[in-house]
Design a protein around this ligand. Sequence first.
Ligand code: HPA
Length: 272
Amino acid sequence: MMREKIDETVKVIREKTNFEPKIGIILGTGLGKLVQSIKEEVSISYKDLPNFPVSTVESHEGRLIFGTLSGKSVVAMQGRFHWYEGYSMQEVTFPVRVLKALGCDILIVSNACGGVNSYFERGDIMLINDHINLLPENPLRGKNDDSLGPRFPDMYNTYDKDLLKLAEEVALKNGIPVRKGVYVAMQGPCFETFAEYRMIRAIGGDVAGMSTVPEVIVAKHMGIRVLGISIITDLCLPDLPQAVSHQIVIKAANEAEPKLTRLVEEVIKEIN
Ligand code: HPA
């Protein structure tokens, strides 16, 4: 069933392009500008792709961009899907299945998030080294298609150690400060309460956000190596309560975006 849907979507893409991306990139809220660095071959709007949901958040553009970045073949998702928009977890993660079918064996996934680690600052970049899934459902729930991945995938090395090390080295070499930490996936769409921020901190989280984890789980299911990058757009400090808004998040993401683009470009350059 899932396989048929994937094949159907891939067929439509293949009618438009033979381009074979090796690296998939998912761009988070306010981080879409990275696509300007891609030497574009072709772009396809989500609305022209069967089985693709259409994103409902204004700041997400909704297209697949095929091309080269730092000399490598990539496909970028400008706009992603969130649980809070009302999609099923299968819908949220469907594009990742398609990226794999197109040839991607590496996924670079970015997001805007709130920092609960009190050492973090607004605008910081954090490399994700693990996650905690507090979303109400797992995208792998239901019948498993063994041809896509195992029933019980382990979460060992989900955030690929080699990619993480490479990203750290590249960041250091290019003078881009990066943090490392644990991403906690929350349901949204409301931002969390301050009691929840305290809880997130207590259970071992460094940042909170509303995306990424479903896509990463599905990537891991299919054996895709993942590099996760978070931009801390606001501070979620229970002892220093501050209001947050979508506008604040977008503004901070936009400001940090050039740093993220440079990091991703340099990392991709070094990937073999
Ligand atoms: N929670 C708190 N702050 C945020 C989030 C979130 O999910 N996303 C961006 N900033």
